[in-house]
Design a binder for this molecule. Structure first.
Ligand SMILES: Nc1nc2c(ncn2[C@@H]2O[C@H](COP(=O)(O)OP(=O)(O)OP(=O)(O)O)[C@@H](O)[C@H]2O)c(=O)[nH]1
Ligand SMILES: [Mg+2]
Length: 625
C-alpha cells in the first residue's frame, strides 16, 4: 500500500473528491459535516479490483488548521493537488506545495475540481491559467485531470491514473526499523487503547513488542487493523490501527511515535535546512522555530552556526524543547512560532550534536526579553497587562512592547485579548493540557454530551473563569480545542448516543408514511425525556437539539431529517417558481395551517426564505467564509 494525500485551498473540493473516489466521506467529525469544512485529518481506503490499494489522508485547507495538515503530510507519497476550476490557485494551494516539497511526496496529480461549474468553452482557459499559476512549484509538470465530484465527469480517468501510479510505486524498505508517527489515539470497547498512523517504514507483526517514544514505554501490539480488516502483519506505507492495550490512553497522543528498539526520541539534531526565499530575512544565527517532525509539533531553536550566505541548503542544528523521534533521513518543516510563517524545511543528517554551540535556548536572549520573560514566568497563570509588565521590568512601555511582541512571536508567551494582556506560554500550555485531559475524561464518561461549559472547566482546573475563558479562546482560535455555543470539547470529540438513547429517539417521533412531515408537540417530547428511565437522556436531548438532529419549531418538535426533506421540497418548488404563497407551502407540506405557519416563520428566521408581503422567496446560499 502507499499513501495518497490531498492538498489545496479551503473549499476547493478535496473531501468531496475523496468521497466520490472511495465512497467514504473523510470528514468524520459531526462538526465537519455541519460546517462543510475539514478541521482535522480524515482517512479513506482506495481499492481496485486487482488488489492495488492506497490509504488516503485528507487534510484541511483552512490555514487555521495547517498544524493538522502538517501532522498528516509527512506520510504522503502520491499527492492529489486539488484546485477549484473557478477560483484557481489560492494561498493555501501554494503553501501546501511549499510544505510538501520538503517531505516525502514522489508523484503529483493535478486535479482541477468543480469543472461542472465552468462553461465548456472556458474549461481549457481555466486549466491553462492554473498551470501558469503553478509554474515554479513542484506541481508544475503534474498531469492534469479536470473533474467534477458532483457529476462524476472524468473521475474514471483520474481513478485509472491513481491505479497506475500506485501500482508503479516501489515498496518502502521493509527491513528498516519500525517508525509509526501517531496521529490519533482512542479507546475501543474490547480492544482498549488504539493508536493510528501511517507506518512510514518497517514491518509490524501482531504479537510483537515495540516502544512508545518519547518515554520508551513498551507497546505490545495485540492486533493490527488496516481500514476495516484485521491483518497479521503490515509493511511500510500503510495506514494502520494498532491495538496496544498495555498503554493507557492518557499516556499517548498525536506527536508520539511507535518505534522499533533501534530508535529513541531526542531533542538535538544535525540537519540540512533549506530556507524558503521569502523567509531569508527572518532567519538569524539562532532562530526560534516551531518544528514539525512526523506527526509532532515542537518548539525549538534552529542554530545556523556558519551563516546562511545565499546557500539554498545549509548545515544547521535543530534544538527542540521536547524530544521527538528523528533519525538520518527524517524530514521536517519549520514555521515561526508566531505568526506562523513558513520558514523552510529539510532532513536530519545525524544525531551526534556536538561542540560549536551548546548553550541552552535561553542564552543569547536580549536583556529586555529576558526580564519580561522572567516576570511572566514568575507570575505563572496570570494575565499581565503591558503597563504592569513595563512597571515590573523597569522598561519604557514601547521597549516593553517590543520585547513582548518578540516573545509572542517565539511562542514563549501568549497574547490574550479583551483587554490585551500576556501570560507565560509554559503555564498556558500546561492549562491547555489539563483542559484537554479533563474534557477527554468527561467525553468518555458521557459521550452524548456536547462538551463542558467554561464554568465547569474553570472549576475543575481551579482557575478563575474569566481568565480561563481568555486563555481557552486563544487555543480555540489556534484550532487546539473547540467551542460550540459555549461548550468546550476536544477537536476529536464526536457526541454519540447509547443504544438505549438512540432507540428512545427513534420512537419519539415515529414517522407516519402518509404524513411524513408531522411533528410532535415539544412539551410531550420534553415530558417523555424527563420520565423515560434512560441514562443521560436529558443531556442527549440537548445535544440532539444543538446539533439539529431534532429541531424545535414554535411549539413543535421535528426530526432533522424532516426539516431536510422540507428544504428539499422547497428547493424543488423554487426551481420552477420565483415565489411561494403560504397556501402553496401548506399544500407542499401536506399538513394543516397549524403546522405551516410556524414552519414558515422558522424558515424566515433561519435565513432560508425571505418574506415579502404575501410571498416568500428563497434566500441565495450564504457565502461561507
Ligand atoms: N458543483 C460542484 N461542487 C463541488 C464539487 N466538489 C466539491 N464541491 C462543493 O464544494 C464545497 C467544498 O467541498 P469540500 O470537498 O468540502 O472542500 P475541501 O477542499 O475538502 O474543503 P476543506 O476541507 O475545508 O479545505 C462543498 O459544498 C462541495 O459540495 C464539484 O465537483 N462540483
Ligand atoms: Mg475537506
Amino acid at each position: 500500500m502507499h499513501i495518497v494525500g490531498t492538498a489545496g485551498h479551503v473549499d476547493h473540493g478535496k473531501s468531496a473528491l475523496i468521497a466520490a473516489l472511495t465512497g467514504t466521506n473523510p470528514d468524520r467529525l459531526i462538526e465537519e459535516q455541519e460546517r462543510g469544512m475539514t478541521l482535522d485529518l480524515g482517512f479513506a481506503h482506495l481499492r481496485f479490483d486487482d488488489g492495488v490499494e492506497g490509504g488516503v489522508v485528507d487534510v484541511p485547507g483552512h490555514e487555521r488548521f495547517l498544524h493538522n495538515m502538517l501532522a498528516g503530510a509527512a506520510g504522503m507519497e502520491l499527492l492529489l493537488l486539488v484546485v477549484d476550476a473557478v477560483e484557481g490557485v489560492m494561498p493555501q494551494t501554494l503553501e501546501h506545495l511549499q510544505i510538501l516539497q520538503f517531505l516525502n511526496v514522489r508523484r503529483i496529480l493535478l486535479v482541477v475540481s468543480k469543472i461542472d461549474l465552468v462553461d465548456p468553452a472556458q474549461r481549457d482557459p481555466a486549466c491553462r491559467r492554473i498551470r501558469e499559476q503553478l509554474l515554479g512549484t513542484i506541481a508544475q509538470d503534474a498531469p492534469l485531470f479536470a473533474v467534477s465530484a458532483e457529476t462524476g465527469e472524468n473521475l474514471d480517468r483520474l481513478k485509472a491514473a491513481l491505479h497506475d501510479e500506485l501500482a508503479a510505486m516501489s515498496p518502502r524498505n521493509p527491513d528498516a526499523p519500525v517508525y509509526l508517527p501517531v496521529d490519533r489515539a482512542f479507546v475501543l470497547p474490547g480492544l482498549g487503547t488504539v493508536v493510528t498512523g501511517t507506518l512510514m517504514q518497517g514491518r509490524i507483526a501482531a504479537g510483537e513488542t515495540l516502544a512508545l517514544e518519547p518515554g520508551g514505554k513498551a507497546a505490545h501490539v495485540r492486533s493490527i487493523g488496516v481500514f476495516q480488516a484485521t491483518r497479521k502483519s503490515v509493511a511500510g506505507g500503510t495506514r494502520v490501527a494498532l491495538s496496544v492495550p498495555g498503554i493507557d490512553r492518557r499516556e499517548i497522543s498525536r506527536g508520539q511515535a511507535i518505534v522499533g528498539r533501534e530508535f529513541a526520541a531526542r531533542r538535538d539534531f544535525n540537519v540540512r535546512f533549506s530556507p524558503l526565499p521569502d523567509a531569508l530575512g527572518l532567519l538569524r544565527r539562532r532562530t526560534p522555530v516551531r518544528a514539525y517532525v512526523g506527526s509532532a509539533e515542537v518548539l525549538g531553536t534552529l542554530v545556523i552556526a556558519h551563516g546562511l550566505g545565499d546557500a539554498r541548503e545549509v548545515r544547521a542544528q535543530l534544538r527542540l524543547r521536547e524530544a521527538v523521534v528523528g533519525f538520518p533521513g527524517v524530514r521536517f518543516v519549520l514555521r515561526r512560532p508566531s505568526p506562523m510563517t513558513l520558514l523552510g524545511g529539510g532532513y536530519v543528517e545525524g544525531v551526534d550534536v556536538e561542540g560549536v554551540d551548546t548553550e541552552g535556548p535561553g542564552e543569547g536572549r536580549p536583556a529586555d526579553e529576558e526580564s519580561v520573560l522572567s516576570v511572566l514566568r514568575g507570575r505563572g497563570l496570570e494575565a499581565v497587562e503591558l503597563n504592569a509588565i513595563a512597571f515590573a521590568t523597569n522598561l519604557r512601555e514601547d521597549a516593553a512592547r517590543d520585547a513582548v511582541d518578540r516573545l509572542v512571536e517565539q511562542g514563549e508567551i501568549v497574547g490574550l485579548a479583551r483587554p490585551a494582556a500576556y501570560v507565560d506560554g509554559i503555564a498556558a500550555r500546561a492549562m491547555l493540557a489539563q483542559m484537554l485531559a479533563t474534557l477527554d475524561e468527561s467525553h468518555r464518561a458521557e459521550p452524548w454530551v456536547i462538551g463542558m461549559t467554561s464554568i465547569a472547566l474553570a472549576r475543575a482546573l481551579g482557575i478563575p473563569e474569566p481568565l480561563f475563558v481568555r486563555i481557552a479562546e486563544h487555543f480555540v482560535a489556534d484550532g487546539r480545542a473547540i467551542n460550540r455555543g459555549g461548550y468546550y470539547a476536544t477537536v476529536e470529540h464526536r457526541p454519540t448516543l447509547t443504544l438505549e438513547q438512540r432507540t428512545f429517539f427513534d420512537h419519539l417521533i415515529s414517522v407516519d408514511g402518509s404524513q411524513p412531515l408531522l411533528p410532535i408537540p415539544f412539551a410531550d417530547a420534553a415530558s417523555a425525556v424527563q420520565h423515560a428511565p434512560v441514562r443521560g437522556l436529558a443531556r442527549a436531548f440537548d445535544t440532539m437539539l444543538a446539533h439539529g438532529a431534532l429541531v424545535k419549531v414554535g411549539d413543535d418538535l421535528y426530526r432533522g431529517s424532516q426539516i431536510a426533506n422540507l428544504r428539499a421540497r422547497l428547493e424543488a418548488h423554487f426551481r420552477n417558481h420565483d415565489r411561494m404563497t403560504a397556501a402553496e407551502f401548506r399544500d407542499m407540506l401536506g399538513t394543516s395551517r397549524k403546522y405551516a405557519m410556524p414552519l414558515l416563520e422558522w424558515l424566515d428566521a433561519h435565513g432560508v426564505t425571505i418574506r415579502n408581503g404575501d410571498y416568500r422567496t428563497l434566500r441565495k446560499q450564504a457565502i461561507r467564509s
